[in-house]
Design a protein around this ligand. Sequence first.
Ligand SMILES: [Zn+2]
Length: 327
Amino acid sequence: MAKEILPGVFQLDVPFSRHPLRGIHDYLFVGRERHLLVDTALNDDECEASLLSHLRDLGVRLEDTDIFLTHMHVDHSGLISRLKREANKVYASAVDRVYIDAFQSPNHWKWLTQTNVWCGVPDEHALKPEEHVAYSNRPSFSIPIQEVRPGDVLLCGGYEMEVTDLAGHTPGQVGLWHAETGSLFSGDHILNKITPNITTWTLDRDYLEMFCESLKRVKSMPVRCLYAAHGAPLPHLHGRIDELLKHHADRLAVMESLVREAGRPVPAFDVAKDVEWSRGEKFTEITIQQKWFACSETLAHLRRLVSQGKLYSRWVGGTLYFSKSEP
Ligand SMILES: [Zn+2]
């Protein structure tokens, strides 16, 4: 059953029975003529049935519902090809829209698994393009998307919502901010218990720094209610932001010492395999997909340590090696 979190704004819980995140919280702004759905779900029958049944219960027609995507990830964007009707607008940030369009290109998936080479992942641990969890859950075809930028204002139901920059978890994640009620619809930027994944999308940007700067920006905003896309509500927003900042600071320290202890230039894979990942699992115990996330996240941290002047890096073939002293 949908829960009314603000007058005319509903939280729609969409379960995932075959995905570790177990579900998503979408949000629906019900207006007089047009409605706005914030995020969708995976591209499958279960998610489609659940979302359509929420809309039916609320007497909302899909034809009258525009869609706002907080970010490109397929648990948020995958269902757009099933939901988009001719009259619906689909909004996403200018940055993440490019990635959503690219989901239809085989080159995108080849490029995504290029991370294996950057990280020096041996073949037996390397994720293949079509094995990526996003591949089977992506939208079925390309959808026209209207770009939004931080600072844009969208009329959602009776609310004027400002598009807010929450970049880091993806390069162009955005939220919706309502200053009068102190409400921030924040996608995957800050989650209770789950640490949002930081991936190395390209090597020319420091995505971990981008994420931490977005955390600090949210901390400086007068947020009274944070509406996240996964998990239980946050009892203490500032405390959770501090926890996330500390988590990454601690992980940077661990990775810096692993590179120092190696005593020779090492690729991200060699560091990732000695880090303790979620729930205390060892690298050898996690799936190939989780190894891909772990290596990509390790690369983002090592890249940050290079930006901070704490490590050096150099390319050997297509792989980036990190060392404590200048090579
Ligand atoms: Zn996400």
